[in-house]
Design a protein around this ligand. Structure first.
Ligand code: 8Y4
Length: 284
């Protein structure tokens, strides 16, 4: 088959005909679900290697917690956390290393250190971020993921409001993709993400999940992250360590919706779900 569903991440070609998994690697001491147990370099690398072995195509390295109400991290602190991990991972492992940051200088230094994807929950709206992403794309073939968020992490869950969340998130993408293109970031270097949990009520999140197929019209790969989030916990009344079945249900729906990348903590179980969906899709 002559697949058009491809994207370059530096010299690597990734095909989104079947969903790919992005494993989450938090290098924050206060990260919400692992209590900082992976904050040392050695444990981070072990964790990444386990996720790669389990079938992850991407590893998302984040040094700033965007959990509602989390403290901001200084530039130097964020660099100290993520750069050593990115250097080793991109050198030693056959995986697309993603940098989860909103700071222009972290983007630039992470790409210099070998990162192959910029994952920005603020969609390149911080000072200098768009220019950093343009440079990363045009010099290194490093694309950027634009995530939708209403408000700022400190306050976004206060009273999220939309008149039609799917339509409004779609309009945000159309506008933000246009701004990026005007600045020199080509469409072939852009991914989008509806930003589950970022300024959304439970119902907003499930509206987005129900209508994930709509985002395919935008003709750029779609990434989603629902793993362990409150849209699962609050619906099912499960605390953070009791959400695996819910995680797999949401990942299965994303896979059936033709999503390109699913960002998760539980790579083994998510790959099982994806492989079942792949089997179905391969049949007449
Ligand atoms: C409970 C559990 C509450 C998890 C909050 C969280 C996304 C992302 C995050 C996402 C993309 C998280 C960095 C928040 N979520 N990047 N990052 N998409 N592209 N929160 O959905 O996992 S961090």
């Amino acid at each position: 088959m002559n697949s058009k569903n491809m994207m370059k991440f530096r010299e690597r070609d990734i095909c989104f005909d079947t969903p790919k998994v992005m494993g989450i690697l938090n290098v924050t001491p206060d990260s919400f679900s692992d209590g900082g147990q992976y904050s040392s370099l050695e444990t981070a690398l072990q964790q990444a290697s386990n996720m790669l072995q389990a079938g992850a195509s991407f590893i998302d390295v984040g040094g700033e917690s965007t959990r509602p109400g989390a403290l901001a991290v200084s530039l130097q602190e964020e660099l100290d956390r993520v750069i050593p991990v990115i250097e080793v991972l991109s050198k030693e492992m056959d995986v697309v290393v993603s940098i989860d940051t909103s700071k222009a200088q972290v983007m630039t230094e992470a790409v210099q250190a070998g990162a192959s994807l910029i994952n920005d929950v603020r969609a390149l709206r911080n000072e200098g971020a768009l220019a950093a992403a343009v440079m990363a794309a045009n010099k290194f073939n490093v694309p950027s993921c634009l995530m939708h968020m209403q408000g700022e992490p400190q306050t976004m869950q206060k009273a999220p409001q939309y008149d039609g969340v799917v339509q409004q998130v779609t309009e945000f993408f159309i506008q933000q993709i246009a701004k990026c293109q005007e600045a020199g970031l080509e469409r072939k270097h852009i991914l989008i993400d509806p930003g589950f949990g970022f300024g959304k009520t439970l119902n907003h999140n499930y509206q987005l999940l129900k209508h994930l197929q709509d985002f395919k019209q935008l003709d750029v790969p779609v990434l989603v992250g629902m793993s362990r989030k409150s849209m699962i916990g609050n619906l099912l009344h499960r605390d953070i360590n009791q959400r695996l079945a819910g995680n797999i249900a949401t990942a299965t729906i994303a896979a059936l919706s033709g999503i390109g990348i699913i960002r998760v903590h539980d790579v083994v179980e998510t790959m099982d779900a994806i492989n079942i969906v792949n089997k179905l899709q391969s049949l007449e």
